[in-house]
Design a protein around this ligand. Sequence first.
Ligand code: SER
Length: 316
Amino acid sequence: MKERILITGYNGELGSKALKELSKKGKSIIALDLNKPKEEINSVIYFRDSITNYELINSIFENYHITEVYHFAALLSQTASQNPKLAHEVNEKASKNLIDCSYTFGIKNNIMTKFFFPSSIAVYGPRKIENASEQDIIKPSTVYGNNKLLIEQYGSKLHEKSLLKNSGLDFRSIRFPGVISYDTIPSGGTTDYAPQMIDCAKKGTIFECKLTPKTKLPFIGIDKTIASIIDIMNFKVIDSKLRVFNVEEANFSIEQLNDFLVGQFPSFKIKFSEDKNFQSVADTWPTSLNCEKAKKSWNFSSNISLEEFLNSIISK
Ligand code: SER
C-alpha cells in the first residue's frame, strides 16, 4: 500500500495552506472536509464528509497506509461557546477517534504515525499572564480551551504509551496564538479582530471592535504558522516528554495595532463597542508566550520586531 498523509479540515485557514504546501512537497494526500474543495489539486484524493463519520475515518485507515495526520477540522472559540454540544462531538470525540485510529494502525503497520494537532492559547487561564510557558497555570475557562486541553493530554498520553511499544502514535502539537493571514479573513475566533482590522484598514471601512483598546494578545503570521507545522512534523525525533509547544512572532494591544494602521492608512477608523462574550475570553488568554522550548526542541525561530511583523502582513 502506498504511503499517504491525511489532512482534515483542508478548507480552513490553516488546512488550505498546509494542503498546498504539502502537495508542493510531492506528498500523496487524502483530504477531508465538510465542504467541496475551493480548487482541486490533481494528485489529492478528496472526501467530502465529517470527521464525526467514524466508519469513514476507519475505512480511510483500513484502505490507505496513513503515515502522517494533520488534524485541522474544529470549531473555533466563539463558535464552540455557542454550540458546546457540537464542540464536544467535533473537537473532542472525533479528535480522540482520529488519534485512536492513528495509534491502532500505527501499531498494526509497525510505525509511529505522526500526528499534528493545532492547539491554542485558549488552554491558558483563568488569569491573564505574561510570557506564558507551557506548564503555566492551565485552567481554561472556555469550552474551546477545555476541548483543546483534553486532546493535548490524550495525544501526549498515547504518545508515551507508543514509546514503550516502539509503534503507535508520534504526537506533535503547537499552541497557536492568533493567526494573521493576508488573504483569508477568519471568523468564529476571539483573535480574529486583528486580521479583520487590517482588512478594514486596507479597504477603508470602519472597524467595529468588540474588545477594549488595552486588550493585548500574542500573534503569528500565516507563513510562519505553516512553516512551523512543516518544521515540527519534519523534525525526525522530538526527544521531549513535552509534546505541545508555544510559538509567537509578536504581541500587541489593539491600541498598538490601531496606531500602526492609522500610520499606514490615515483614514482608518475604529469604533469600540465591547462584547462581554469576546472580552471575557480575551481576558483569560496570555498577553505573550515564552517560546524557548520550541526553539530548543525543534529549532523554532522568530526574530522580528513588531513593526517588521505588521509591515510584512500589510505588504502582502
Ligand atoms: N485563534 C483562535 C480563536 O480565537 C484561538 O486559537 O478562537
